[in-house]
Write a protein that binds this ligand. Structure first.
Ligand code: MG
Length: 376
């Protein structure tokens, strides 16, 4: 399949699954930086830990792909989660996994702790490029368990390394060289514990665009039972948009008036701290929402809420553009879709899409409806 026109070279998505009441996974799609974090601790503490870790990673990640520096950013995130637990934000015992990658052309640097995973699809073959830090993975490496036994082992979710407990946390940090056309997948164990690697491989290989792959992966995990929160980030390698923007690390211009420059930066930080609190609440809310909207004549799905809050957009790249033309739907629905129809989460959005699909019929409509007055 050829890539769909206008499709983004990367996408991320997360779903609560079918069993858990909340989603403790978090992810980041901010090219060239991508990450997945799977929070632990229950009672929303895991959510605090994974959000905080992603926040700190975002602030501390290097501007250019560098494995050691990315590893240091993950250690900063670890320190922040430990401190948060000690100072009462979240709770003691909370933690999170972290699998993060920075992409620069065909170079991929990875920093990783826990049992979330990074995979690389090369010429149709999917390979796991991270090692799980879990009890069953240790047992497989020691030869006391087969990979098949590990998948169903009662202790399969026990991890041996996580952010949030050890101040001297060991972070795996390394670089791999990919080829143009390869696909990178970051995911939480809610995907890999539900869907076999060969099925993940097929979905990632056969999806025309990253956003299609993400939606199909989340759906596959839910079809298999959705026992855990599911998160997937897919990045096409060797595309211009996934590369580091040139000059991103340009040194700040030397100012003759260094003092004023510093004062202004300090004020920016204070303002940012105040805004961040409100934004964080808005972010958490928006993240649980979804909407469907007309985009270039077809129905599209977004996570988040339309518009902006405090100048920040609160919708995310896991948009799905369907092949459903809005002018084939009933006029009231078509009109509502121009403004966007808000629903409480992605599953409800997909339910709407399924209804629209029924309205327009199962086959893909490629030509606009015929105007009856124009035909004899
Ligand atoms: Mg999980």
């Amino acid at each position: 399949m050829s890539p769909r026109k206008g499709a983004l070279p990367y996408a991320g998505g997360s779903d609560v699954g079918l069993v858990r009441s909340g989603n403790e996974d978090s992810y980041l799609v901010n090219a060239p930086l991508f990450a997945v974090a799977d929070g632990l601790g229950g009672h929303q503490a895991g959510e605090v830990a994974s959000h905080l870790a992603i926040e700190v990673l975002f602030g501390e990640a290097p501007k250019r792909a560098d494995a050691k520096a990315l590893g240091r950013a993950v250690r900063s995130a670890n320190a922040a989660v430990i401190e948060a637990a000690e100072t009462g934000r979240g709770r003691s015992g909370m933690g999170t996994t972290m699998t993060t990658a920075m992409v620069d052309g065909t170079r991929i640097v990875v920093a990783h702790v826990g049992d979330s995973r990074a995979y690389l699809l090369h010429l149709g073959t999917l390979s796991q490029i991270t090692e799980d830090h879990s009890m069953v993975a240790d047992m497989v490496r020691a030869g006391t368990l087969t990979p098949e036994e590990a998948r169903v082992h009662p202790s399969r979710s026990v991890i041996t390394r996580a952010l949030g407990s050890d101040p001297n946390l060991l972070v795996d940090a390394f670089e791999v060289t990919a080829a143009p056309g390869d696909r990178l997948l970051l995911c939480s164990d809610g995907l890999t514990s539900m869907v076999e690697d060969e099925d993940i491989e097929r979905i990632v290989a056969e999806s025309p665009a990253p956003q299609t792959a993400v939606v199909r992966l989340l759906a596959a995990a839910n079809d298999a039972g959705g026992q855990d929160n599911i998160t997937a980030v897919v990045v096409d390698i060797g595309t211009a948009a996934s590369a580091a923007s040139p000059g991103a690390e340009a040194a700040p211009a030397q100012s003759a008036d260094g003092h004023h420059w510093f004062a202004r930066i300090a004020w920016v930080f204070v303002a940012a701290a105040i805004i961040t609190g409100a934004l964080y609440a808005a972010y958490a809310y928006a993240h649980s929402q979804a909407y469907v909207i007309e985009e270039n004549g077809v129905v599209a799905v977004y996570r988040g809420v339309p518009g902006e809050f405090a100048g920040v957009t609160l919708h995310w790249l896991e948009s799905v553009r369907t092949d459903i033309p809005t002018n084939a739907l009933d006029p009231i629905t078509a009109a509502r879709l121009k403004e966007g129809i808000r629903v409480d989460g992605l599953p409800s959005a997909f339910k709407l899409i399924a209804e629209y699909q029924l309205q327009v019929g199962p086959s893909e409509i490629t030509s606009p409806p015929v105007d009856p007055s124009a035909t004899p």
